[in-house]
Design a binder for this molecule. Sequence first.
Ligand SMILES: NC(=O)c1ccc[n+]([C@@H]2O[C@H](COP(=O)([O-])OP(=O)(O)OC[C@H]3O[C@@H](n4cnc5c(N)ncnc54)[C@H](O)[C@@H]3O)[C@@H](O)[C@H]2O)c1
Length: 266
Amino acid sequence: MGRLQAKTVLVFGAGSVGDGWGNGKAAAVAYSREGGRVACVDIDVAAAEATVAIIRSEGGEALALSADVTCAAQIATVVRRVMDHWGRIDVLHNNVGMNLPGGVAEATEEGWKRVFDVNLTSVFLTCKAVLPQMVRQGTGAIVNVSSLASIRWTGYPYVSYCASKAGLNQLTRSIAIEYAARGIRANVILPGLIDTPHVAKQIGGYHSDAEDMRRKRAAMVPMKHQGDGWDIAWASVFLASDQAKFITGVELPVDGGQSCTVGGSI
Ligand SMILES: NC(=O)c1ccc[n+]([C@@H]2O[C@H](COP(=O)([O-])OP(=O)(O)OC[C@H]3O[C@@H](n4cnc5c(N)ncnc54)[C@H](O)[C@@H]3O)[C@@H](O)[C@H]2O)c1
């Protein structure tokens, strides 16, 4: 439909940690399918290249770049490369996130800091690097990927994840309001239970096997099934596009209704 025609999109975490469609990989491809030029950034450059290969095989335009989102210097290099290549950045999509198991008693201070670095400081750093360019352009859209765990107990004890993602929600709202009059929007997506390679790796340990995990997660959702990377991707495309031109500072749950429940469903 060309909702991102002539726009340049910068996706951090555009690969996937396993086979199949993660949220970031699907979002990068969806942005391209809507006409965007996509810079695919990942700490694992082979993962970024795999996404770029898909985009190019569909006739899209994409660039694979490597950076660790916890490193300001690497982010600055990426932004410079994108500016040299395409001369503008219309959309910044922050997908990278990690979790470590444990409530307050089990979590370590070191782990807490690492999760905050990867989930929250990273977005501060990418926004700090990109916002000056968006201000110069007088336009821009930021899409951050948080989690339903930022506002609800989702059944897993991972305190640093929940707290860092809650911080990401408020960081997004702060940016949205501070930059609203300058043509820049910022919104945050709260994925619910999404069936991605990331989940299998990060929380598989809470379940006896992959099928047990799928069954139990599906049972928690009012729709009785998990979402997939494309559900996050198409929500991102909408928020990044001009169709959402009057939407900023919004937390959008993409969760099959789970955020509306008090823990049960019929
Ligand atoms: N799947 C779910 O159920 C679910 C639910 C809620 C929120 N989320 C959120 O979705 C996002 C992850 O989605 P995904 O499926 O694309 O996951 P993913 O783990 O496959 O991540 C995508 C890419 O991020 C890269 N990455 C990891 N650390 C990085 C770093 N420091 N710098 C740069 N790149 C890095 C990985 O190499 C990977 O290729 C996270 O923010 C996560 O919190 C997922």
